[in-house]
Design a binder for this molecule. Structure first.
Ligand code: OKP
Ligand code: ZN
Length: 343
């Protein structure tokens, strides 16, 4: 399987996120993608290619233009105020607060985000734009006929909605790739989000649509981030009703439990009959992940890939989370090798 990768992700390296009441060094760091790339090369997964440049147009098919331009100009605005350290938001338009976009950078950042897990640095725009190009280049390879492609995106994307960022995510790489499939003639795209956290952004983007099926297996929002979306009764709305499936699981869930949810999600995907499958591939379900509470072990990721491969669909894997940096490469690449082992 071909891997699409760009070194540009190194340009995004936030210093701190707000977690457990403390400013903590970011878990979402460059070594994550470096480890995944190293493993892909070590096992000869199938070559590495650089992304092509797609520009803003495919991003604007998914994201709000005010949001995109805020992100593009944010660092320059911040610097113009004499600030040379990482940007973080700290006020959000909660219930009964005005949804009016303020003029000042701090107000705008709050408006266009939902948590403090999204530092913006000098290189963030370049890195998040490249991450989208990595996803879109993978999508283009799939369109040319590949059975499976790995877009080694960083930063991740599944918490980002049309007009807000959060949870280490700025642009929704998987959603942008899904929309590109549709724009090039696909009738239906299925998304399977196996990251430990609910893909709230992806769900929100496609919630009122029938042309994208969204399925997600994740820590129950009653106890786990992002807390405010990801319940099993979220089924879609309007023509999108019946095209959204959440599988929230208890803390401590291991492969015996997790694999049942995967089987259920795969049944929905098969019944939907999509032209393409996009997997939001997070491996923070791993038993030693520092911010997560599932108990998958490294060999389980081979089984995961086999199960996905047995769907017999053209599949784009888009990298999301995974914070046990030592094992992230083994676990992520195990999924892809499991997939490749099924013909
Ligand atoms: C991203 B992905 C809030 C941070 C709380 C955020 C976890 C984001 C996970 N400031 N934790 O789904 O792996
Ligand atoms: Zn995650």
């Amino acid at each position: 399987m071909l891997t699409i990768y760009s070194d540009d992700h190194h340009l995004h390296h936030g210093k701190f996120e707000l977690i457990d009441g403390q400013l903590t060094p970011c878990f979402e760091k460059p070594s994550r993608a470096d480890m995944v790339l190293a493993r892909a090369q070590k096992v000869n997964l199938g070559g590495v290619a650089a992304p092509r440049e797609f520009g803003l147009e495919p991003i604007l098919r998914v994201h709000d233009s005010g949001f995109v331009h805020f992100l593009k100009g944010a660092w320059a605005e911040w610097q113009a105020m004499g600030r040379d350290y990482d940007m973080l938001p700290f006020t959000w338009p909660n219930r009964r607060l005005r949804q009016t976009i303020p003029d000042c950078i701090d107000g705008k950042f709050g408006y266009y985000s939902f948590d403090a897990g999204v530092p913006i640095t000098a290189g963030t725009w370049q890195a998040v734009s490249s991450s989208v190009n990595v996803a879109l280049t993978g999508q283009a390879e799939l369109a040319k006929g590949a059975r499976g492609v790995f877009s080694l995106c960083r930063p991740p994307g599944h918490h980002a909605a049309a007009d807000y960022m959060g949870g280490y995510c700025y642009f929704n790489n998987a959603a942008i790739a899904a929309q590109a499939c549709l724009d090039q003639g696909a009738a239906r795209v299925a998304i399977l989000d196996v990251d430990y956290h609910h893909g709230n952004g992806t769900q929100d983007i496609f919630y009122d649509r029938a042309d994208v099926l969204f399925t997600s297996i994740h820590g129950d929002p009653r106890f786990e981030y992002p807390f405010f979306l990801g319940y099993a009764d979220e089924k879609g709305v309007g023509v999108g009703e019946g095209f959204n499936f959440n599988y929230p699981l208890a803390a401590g869930s291991d492969w015996s439990v997790w694999s049942l949810a995967l089987a259920a999600a795969c049944r929905q995907i098969a019944a939907y009959g999509p032209d393409v499958l996009i997997v939001s591939l997070g491996v923070d379900t791993f038993k030693e992940d520092p911010i997560s509470q599932f108990k998958l072990d490294s060999p389980d990721y081979l089984r995961m890939g086999e199960t996905i491969g047995k769907l017999g669909l053209q599949t784009l894997f888009v990298m999301e989370g995974g914070y046990a940096v030592e094992e992230i490469g083994i676990n992520a690449i195990n999924v892809l090798q499991g997939f490749d082992s099924v013909q």
